[in-house]
Design a protein around this ligand. Sequence first.
Ligand SMILES: *Cc1c(COP(=O)(O)O)cnc(C)c1O
Length: 363
Amino acid sequence: MRFEELVRPTVRDIKEYVPGRSIEEIAGKYGLDPENIIKLGSNENPLGPSPLAVAAIKEKTGRVHLYPQADALELRKAIGTYTGYPASNIVVSGNGMDGILDTMMRLFMSSGAESIIPIPTFSYYEIATLANGGKPVFAERDPNFYIYPEKILDKVSDSTKMIFLCSPNNPSGNSIPEEDARKILESVNAIVFTDEAYVEFGDTNITRLVKEYDNLIVGRTFSKAFGLAGMRMGYAVVPEWIAREYMKVMTPFSMDVLSTAGGIAALKDKEYLKRSIETVKKGRIQLRDGLRGLCKMYPSDANFILVDVSPRSAKEVSESLLKKGIIIRDCTSFRGAGRSLIRISIGTQEQNEKVINAFHELV
Ligand SMILES: *Cc1c(COP(=O)(O)O)cnc(C)c1O
């Protein structure tokens, strides 16, 4: 017997998640000094981590022989204060928001169940659906990446268990209007998972609707505005009934000792959060002004800008930028994104300047 055949067929057919490129990979491939490479392909925080978070993590290193608090109550309380909810509405994952997604899919997906995914969007929704035996059903956004609620509702069937909304959407950067979210929430017998990984950089949120809707999950992360992508911390604001079910199936002690300390400290570092958000808001304007006339750009509420480089291909432009030591995201691997979109993370003022100069040299 070939043991590979023991793998569930649904899993065998999954296409791998394509991550952003790493500095190490690009340095090796193009013979560049890692020090001169700027990484604007994964929407990380260009400021580095919060100094308060780093100090808190260091302080706990002598305690890593002990298990963390099983229910992560202290961290959940701190997140609750930040989001305006009691700890009973908060769940966490030590594997980033991706871990939250995975656990939620274990809760709700089963063979034959469907999830609705407005594309192009974050590709892990599709993978998590398939990995848990479900079937992804795609709804296409219009040319400006907006999607009418009706277009999503048209895809609903008796088998729909989950609807994914990403707000602001990765890779397009637009947010979902509150009335659209309400319309979807009120029209379906399904769970609506709203991904707010970038919510801090925009002006609206869907999180406050969790008080009103029993079928709403809002996923959040410490990876972007809080600058802790390497610690892999995710959380979700959910109705209490979902929190209770989640606790049953989550991996025990999912949130580790160091992350917990770093996360609590990062939530207290208001100064850092403010600086993160200001850097992104200023950088968005800087990039938009600097690239004006060179390519088509889409409005963004996030820490990245989506750029259409046609008539060139995204692949060609990414390669040229890589040779100059600039990593951006070629969006060709996003389902439904076509071949001419790239996503540029907002960097420091100096990094944005380099991107703008590199674009001028491309022309
Ligand atoms: C970055 C990102 C996440 C999750 O990040 P984690 O690091 O796993 O917390 C989730 N959704 C979207 C849309 C993202 O871009």
